[in-house]
Write a protein that binds this ligand. Structure first.
Ligand code: PLP
Length: 444
């Protein structure tokens, strides 16, 4: 084997070289096409190769690609901050631009802590998150993540932040049923706050719809209203991690819109620049920024590439594209169609235990016995088998840690919002063939 230099996530997997992408397809250097039903990492929401974005990139590059944020501001960064504030639930947000979702959640965490420091409440420096959550791979973001597999190696280095149960009705961690449960999963936050003491807690962070750590898990009606009430009662800030759900993915511009709740801070990434350049943001509500502006004047964070004008110009172009092509509506309509098709598929295939999600953030969870929702043994690697087999056929789907605390198998199906019905039909037929073959392989 030739000596390699680029570190890959899995070293014994064959990584084809992609030459170009167009719409929902990627093409490798052997001419093989891949239907990108995962939008990469739930990122390329407007599809590959959109000319408008390439034009906007070139236009900005012809002006200036980089200014240092401690010396200058730029028109695209200013415009983007205003646009996001106008779009976000409740408006009146300040934006701090970073380069990845992990930096966005970590920035939101730091801003929440700084908010309380400026108010003289120095002890409020813990963040509560949920089991079955993923907020990023850097140490602060990983400390807030309840993703068992991704934390494992670094546990001694992570902050021991408290976690509460997720709103995972398919396998309720409290063994209850909605609505008789009266949202006991939300009450778990109240219990945790009382146990730890609100004077030690800066914020609660949650993904509006659980992504990689559960597979498009949508909370039951009333959950976030209750969560917000608990946070307000205890003077704890609510951070919505919209890295996966944000920017039209779920058939709303932000995932929280489905629940009619305004967060105090938001983290954005992925769909913000739809993968055309790295771009992410922490959005901070006016009332959270206020003591910071009055005290230290700004937040204690920053990266060399923060508020990069090139990426800001791309993000603005992506938002324009979403508006012009009505992709929020498309996500809702195409999502309903795809969800119905996946549910039809589930009726035929025993191994599919649950199909769920909103808009074009959908998932299926696999079980070895549908009647009692028994998971497959972890060693069987059902998720990996589905991903690999689909890959061989030229279909890309995204792995999720299904089951409680990642003990099961699931995949996320989240194609670009520009996907057509014919392309959805092709996606479904390739996926059906894949899942049938894997079921044959693992159940005999
Ligand atoms: N938060 C959520 C909800 C995510 O899904 C992810 C990535 O999958 C992150 C944060 C981390 O984002 P990034 O991989 O860009 O650092």
């Amino acid at each position: 084997m030739e000596r390699e230099h680029l570190i890959k996530p899995v070293l014994d997997h064959y990584y084809p070289t992609i030459e170009y992408g167009k719409g929902v397809f990627l093409y490798d250097d052997q001419g093989k096409a891949y239907l990108d039903a995962s939008s990469g990492a739930v990122t390329v929401s407007i599809g590959h190769g959109a000319q408008e974005i390439i034009d906007a990139m070139l236009e900005q590059a012809n002006k200036v690609s980089f200014v240092y944020r401690s010396q200058f501001t730029s028109e695209p960064a200013e415009k983007l901050a205003k646009k996001l504030s106008d779009l976000a639930p409740g408006h009146d947000y300040w934006a701090f631009f970073v380069n990845s979702g992990s930096e966005a959640t970590e920035t939101a965490m730091k801003v929440a802590i700084q908010h309380w420091q400026e108010k003289g409440r120095l002890g409020k420096n813990r963040v509560i998150s949920r089991r079955m959550s993923y907020h990023g791979i850097t140490m602060g973001a990983l400390s807030m993540s309840g993703h068992v597999l991704r934390r494992r190696r670094f546990i001694p280095l992570l902050e021991d932040f408290p976690v509460v149960v997720p709103p995972y009705c398919y396998r309720c961690p409290l063994n209850k049923t909605y609505p008789e449960c009266k949202l006991a999963c939300a009450d778990d936050l109240d219990t945790a706050i009382k146990r730890i003491g609100a004077e030690h807690i800066a914020a609660f962070i949650a993904e509006p719809i659980i992504g990689a750590a559960g597979g498009a898990v949508v909370p039951p009606e009333g959950y976030y209203k209750k969560i917000k009430e608990i946070c307000e009662r205890h003077e704890i800030l609510f951070i919505a991690d919209e890295v996966m759900t944000g920017i039209a993915r779920t058939g709303a511009m932000f995932g929280m819109e489905h629940f009619d709740v305004e967060p105090d801070l938001m983290a954005l990434g992925k769909g913000m620049s739809a993968g055309y350049t790295p771009m992410a943001a922490a959005l901070v509500k006016d009332h959270v920024m206020e003591p910071i502006l009055q005290g230290s004047k700004s937040i204690m964070s920053g990266h060399t590439y923060s508020a990069n004008p090139q990426s800001a110009a791309v993000s603005l172009a992506v938002l324009d594209y979403i508006d012009k092509h009505q992709l929020v509506l498309a996500a809702e309509e195409k999502g309903s169609y795809l969800l119905a098709r996946l549910r039809q598929m589930a009726e035929q295939i025993e191994m599919i235990g649950d199909v769920r999600g909103i808009g074009l953030l959908l998932a299926m969870e696999f079980v070895s016995d549908r009647s009692n929702k028994l998971t497959f043994p972890p060693g069987l690697g059902v998720t990996s088998r589905v991903i690999e087999r689909a890959f061989q056929k030229g279909l890309l789907v995204y792995p999720a840690a299904g089951g409680v605390d990642g003990a099961g198998d699931a995949i996320i199906v989240a194609p670009p919002l520009t996907i057509t019905e014919e392309e959805i039909d092709l996606l479904v037929s390739m996926l059906e063939e894949t899942v049938r073959e894997v079921m044959q392989e693992v159940t005999g």
